[in-house]
Design a protein around this ligand. Sequence first.
Ligand SMILES: NC(=O)c1ccc[n+]([C@@H]2O[C@H](COP(=O)([O-])OP(=O)(O)OC[C@H]3O[C@@H](n4cnc5c(N)ncnc54)[C@H](OP(=O)(O)O)[C@@H]3O)[C@@H](O)[C@H]2O)c1
Length: 234
Amino acid sequence: MNCSTKKIAFISGATSGLGKELSINLAKLGYHILINGRNQNKLNCLYDKIKSIKGTSTIINLDLKDYNGIDKLGYEIFKKYKKLDLLVLNAAILGTLTPLSHQNPKEFEEVLNTNLISNFRLLRSLELSLKESRNGELCVISSELITNPKPFWGAYSISKAALEQMIYSWHLENKKTNIDVYIARPRPMNTKIRNTAMPGEDQKKNQTPNDAALKLISILNKKNNSNGILTFDL
Ligand SMILES: NC(=O)c1ccc[n+]([C@@H]2O[C@H](COP(=O)([O-])OP(=O)(O)OC[C@H]3O[C@@H](n4cnc5c(N)ncnc54)[C@H](OP(=O)(O)O)[C@@H]3O)[C@@H](O)[C@H]2O)c1
């Protein structure tokens, strides 16, 4: 099957953790994966891994703080594939865990730029392709901090709350489309973000990113026919 007959998925932050496992598992299911990251070596390794399981992917080496690059990307995806079946807004950075007023202002901005503004730019740029899919799906990776706020998570938790609000607004404006919207709030997963936030914890208590990816895919497969947003803990 060539990629023009496959479902097309764009995964932001595909070079590690949840994004990487989602990319591999969706490729196994026959999706053509647009794997996004900012590290060419990691992208090459993932490309080879997907190829080794007879999947297909295209490398999108783009730092998501390059907003003009995101605009060009939307145009290129529309020109090449004419549609996007699944958009996973996954990439994020943590920033320093610290009292809010101690957080370095530049870092605060960087976290918001990566976790919120880049997702606004991706949504804006890829919306047209998503709408061209017969059954488009938008899946946003949020955080359980939204329902269980904790001190010291600073810009990170603020960025996730704003991200969810952005998706709620977008959904209300796009209810008449075929696009199903999912907001996943992962429980702790053993990834770079988690290990940086909680370096001393017993990692055996956490799920692996592969387990979380499989759970997420099974939820996407069941389809959200509610015409609302399906928000769930992962
Ligand atoms: N781990 C948890 O317990 C947990 C819990 C709740 C929610 N989440 C959420 O789950 C999602 C996935 O995170 P993860 O846990 O899998 O962490 P991760 O392993 O650190 O993955 C984050 C990914 O985002 C990429 N990324 C960051 N900034 C980028 C940029 N400017 N341009 C392009 N790519 C960028 C990273 O690329 P590099 O490899 O180049 O850094 C990496 O591939 C995030 O939205 C996170 O907030 C995680």
